[in-house]
Design a protein around this ligand. Structure first.
Ligand code: DX5
Ligand code: ZN
Length: 222
């Protein structure tokens, strides 16, 4: 089943608890939390304290997307704060295998993210160890950007590869997902859809989640 992962990057931070509650009520399975360090990406966002503050207020899976250099420095803090899953960027670590092990040893699921222009080749010797691959469909750093359609064939290739290997690894897509692109990525093989502005920049975020689910489920029947 397709899962929806609203990204709090576009939420109204002055009433974050309320907004998280709203999308959970709408049936979102995953809460996507974008962590940026001002180095790997030209923007700054949240740290483990935010994860810890939200944890008692939600049962959704907390999906932490680390857009930071040397992610190995922050894994244990995010795990202790209540993250369920951590994704880090292939481009941001010299020790990819070690970081994956570090995440899994703490009892979390692990994912690797690839920027739009990064090839799938770097996953070749690590895919079996992953619970998820995040394919960026915009350049990381900001919400509200336009979807990059060149990533669609990359989703297809990875989807076929995962199917061929009969691997349980899921494909998450992140950036520019809206009612139109949701259908395209699901058709290409995405399993988890991150959506920031398409949920929180809408007048009714709850309705926006429901409409995204409808758009996604009309496309692929499982
Ligand atoms: C971008 C972040 C995304 C962002 C997506 O670097 O990783 O999760 O919130 O925002 P939208 O859905 O507005 O493109
Ligand atoms: Zn993200």
């Amino acid at each position: 089943m397709i899962q929806l992962a609203p990204s709090i990057l576009s939420a109204d931070f002055s009433r974050l608890g309320e907004q998280v509650h709203l999308i959970e009520e709408a049936g979102a399975e995953v809460l996507h939390i974008d962590v940026m360090d001002g180095h790997f990406v030209p923007n700054l966002t949240f740290g483990p304290a935010l994860v810890k503050a939200l944890r008692p207020h939600s049962k959704m899976r907390f999906d932490v997307h680390l857009m930071v250099e040397e992610p190995e420095r922050f894994i244990s803090e995010f795990a202790a704060a209540g993250a369920d899953h951590i994704t880090f960027h292939l481009e941001a670590s010299q020790h990819v295998h070690r970081v994956v092990q570090q995440i899994k040893e703490l009892g979390l699921t692990a994912g690797i993210a690839l920027n739009p222009a990064t090839q799938l080749d770097g996953l070749k010797y690590i895919l079996e160890d992953l619970d998820m691959v995040l394919l960026m469909t915009v350049n990381p750093g900001f919400g509200g950007q336009k979807f990059i359609p060149n990533v669609l064939p990359k989703i297809q290739v990875l989807h076929h590869h995962i199917e061929h290997k009969q691997s349980p690894c899921q494909i998450e897509v992140d950036g520019g997902i809206n009612l139109e692109t949701a259908a395209q990525v699901v058709l290409a093989g995405a399993d988890i859809l991150v959506a920031g502005s398409a949920v929180f920049d809408q007048a009714d975020p709850k309705l926006a989640v429901e409409r995204l689910r409808q758009a996604a489920s009309l496309t692929r029947s499982e």
